[in-house]
Design a protein around this ligand. Structure first.
Ligand SMILES: [Fe+2]
Ligand SMILES: [Fe+2]
Length: 374
């Protein structure tokens, strides 16, 4: 049963720019988006605490809560200065050394690149905020749909974590940056797919493994690069929560996948691949080019050719690939997903640490409290 890219992602060629841009957000002025869920809400009468790894994670989550109000919000942020300082290191487009002749960037000087950097930051943090709301909603859904009491307990702590994440990104955008973006069309399509799937474990795969795996890598990268102390601290704390969230996905699915049939596992592989492509498409930042008034198709073509893009994109998948491997998704069905991740150029991360194990070392909140009481 060979299933083509055409059927899976709606295009034969991964880099088919027209097909990528055909997914665009037509709803940019809406203040609401309604999605009908198809899943059943499950009560369990089995209150026995039989899942020790989830119980341990739940205890950790209870003691590692933090209050968004305690971040140093008084920090003054000069966005242009921050962007300038980070741009050289942070952007794979700025001074990338590609010949810009005949591209929309031919006449761009430092002023335009700075403007792009500012828009790009507004866009990035806006997408983080929307993605966090997706996590809030998906995790609330998991509380309803997962049949295990230990998982319901843990998921309830994640709901609180995600509310705090939406809160901090929203507050940072409103008080420190210079504009919002509506949700990216590819991210929106992915969140809709996750929420409408009626199989409870697919919420985990889409959110905890794929979206949050990418978020964890992406926050880590931004935390490393950023010189702005408030954002740095905000990201440190969000990341400690995210590491638990991804671990929740790995620990739950490891158990559940053991009893799935080969056909069911194959469906999970396809879901993971579709999610990966949507997340890759979202990073082409089509809304930023549009707002800057450049030809979007030409800009995306330019982005796809940037020499450092494979490194940047690969880094985003550095948590997803090892976690998929741990879940057995890479090698099931004769390595179907391994092949797909190779095509995407992200397979090199398969032996990096998986998040089922590393969440304790990423708990910055606990580390700061220990340091403060020492
Ligand atoms: Fe989050
Ligand atoms: Fe999360």
């Amino acid at each position: 049963m060979a299933i083509s890219n055409e059927e899976l992602i709606g295009r034969a060629d991964l880099d088919d720019i027209e097909a990528i841009l055909a997914t665009s957000n037509s709803d940019v002025d809406a203040t609401m988006h309604e999605v009908a869920a198809n899943s059943s809400t499950i009560f369990t009468w089995d209150y026995e605490r039989s899942r020790a790894p989830l119980a341990k994670l739940y205890e950790k989550a209870k003691t590692s809560q933090w209050n968004a109000n305690d971040l140093p919000w008084e920090t003054e942020v000069d966005q242009e200065k921050v962007v300038e300082a980070n741009q050289a290191a942070n952007s794979y487009l700025y001074q990338s050394g590609i010949d810009t002749t005949g591209t929309p960037f031919e006449n761009w000087g430092d002023k335009e690149w700075l403007e792009f950097g500012v828009e790009s930051q507004n866009w990035t943090l806006s997408q983080f905020m929307h993605g966090e709301q997706g996590a809030l909603i998906c995790t609330a859904q998991i509380v309803e749909t997962v049949p295990w009491i230990d998982a319901k307990y843990y998921a309830s702590t994640q709901v609180m974590d995600e509310a705090r994440h939406v809160e901090v990104f929203s507050r940072y955008l409103d008080t420190k940056l210079s504009g919002h973006y509506p949700i990216n069309a590819h991210l929106k399509a992915l969140l809709d797919d996750i929420i409408t799937d009626n199989r409870w474990d697919m919420t985990y795969l889409g959110m905890q493994i794929m979206v949050e795996g990418l978020a964890l890598a992406s926050f880590g990268f931004m935390h490393q690069m950023s010189t702005e102390p408030l954002l740095k601290q905000l990201l440190r704390y969000v990341m400690s929560d995210e590491a638990r969230h991804v671990a929740f996905g790995v620990l739950s699915l490891q158990e559940y996948y053991e009893q799935l049939s080969a056909k069911e596992i194959r469906e999970r592989q396809e879901f993971a691949y579709e999610a990966a492509v949507r997340m890759r498409d979202r990073f082409l930042q089509q809304e930023v080019w549009e707002r800057m008034g450049v030809d979007v198709k030409q800009a995306v073509k330019f982005v796809l050719q940037a020499p450092d893009r494979p490194i940047f994109q690969g880094m985003l998948f550095s948590k997803i690939v090892p976690n998929c491997k741990k879940l057995g998704l890479l090698d099931a069905a004769d390595g179907w997903l391994r092949e797909k991740f190779t095509e995407l150029g992200v397979i090199q991360f398969e032996d990096w640490a998986d998040t089922g194990e590393e969440y304790a070392s990423l708990d910055m909140v606990a580390q700061d409290r220990e340091a403060a009481s020492a």
